[in-house]
Design a protein around this ligand. Structure first.
Ligand code: MNH
Length: 180
């Protein structure tokens, strides 16, 4: 998992829950990297699982709720790191439809060791989209937060519902309906 995900996660934790909680979860987690991350580095996904699990226990909020909040935060972080990518779209649906064939293809060129999910479009219109998220990491709540913030970014809004196609969240269908 790319370092930018770790550095932004820890920044969100510090802003939301404070430095004490941040230091606490780093101490309690199993971290070969000792909790030191650079945005261009690559780290074991298990370190993120460990940090998220410790945060969930410390603040008594379910991991998926925390991932959703992190997704809302991460959209702006990715936008700041890669402004040209976001700027090349003029609507939230256009952006979401391009994650698989444009955005993540570009990301993979920049970071060949990136581990990305796949998004398969099953239905689309000008104002709606059904898309299937698939990833062994099961970070569908992160995906939902990212998608919601995408609409906010374009001063738009949408209703996004999800259905687990696999119980462990490694395959999830999203139904997105724009309304504004
Ligand atoms: Mn993208 C990882 C979804 C836009 C760059 N992205 C992830 C993951 C999800 C995801 C979910 C976590 C990995 C996984 O689930 O297996 N990404 C999205 C969604 C949007 C999106 C839903 C739009 C909304 N992503 C973008 C944009 C960029 C970007 C824009 C940058 C230009 N994504 C990344 C990078 C990673 C990532 C970098 C980290 C890959 C890794 O950890 O190896």
């Amino acid at each position: 998992m790319k370092g930018i995900i770790f550095t932004e996660f820890l920044e969100m934790v510090e802003e939301t829950f404070g430095l004490e909680v941040t230091e606490q979860i780093i101490e309690e987690s199993t971290l070969p990297s000792e909790g030191v991350y650079t945005s261009v580095g690559t780290y074991d996904f298990n370190e993120m699982v460990s940090l998220l699990t410790q945060l969930s226990e410390n603040v008594d909020i379910p991991a998926n709720k925390l991932l959703h909040t992190f997704g809302l935060y991460l959209f702006d972080s990715l936008g700041k790191a890669h402004p040209e990518v976001i700027k090349s779209f003029n609507s939230p649906i256009a952006l979401l439809m391009s994650i698989e064939d444009h955005i993540h293809v570009h990301v993979k060129k920049l970071y060949p060791d990136a581990e990305l999910p796949t998004f398969t479009i099953v239905e689309q219109s000008d104002t709606s989209l059904s898309i299937i998220y698939a990833s062994s990491r099961g970070l569908y709540s992160l995906a939902q937060g990212l998608m919601e913030k995408c609409f906010i970014h374009f001063n738009s809004s949408a209703h996004i519902s999800h259905e687990l196609l696999k119980e462990d969240g490694t395959q999830v269908k999203f139904d997105i309906v724009q309304h504004g």
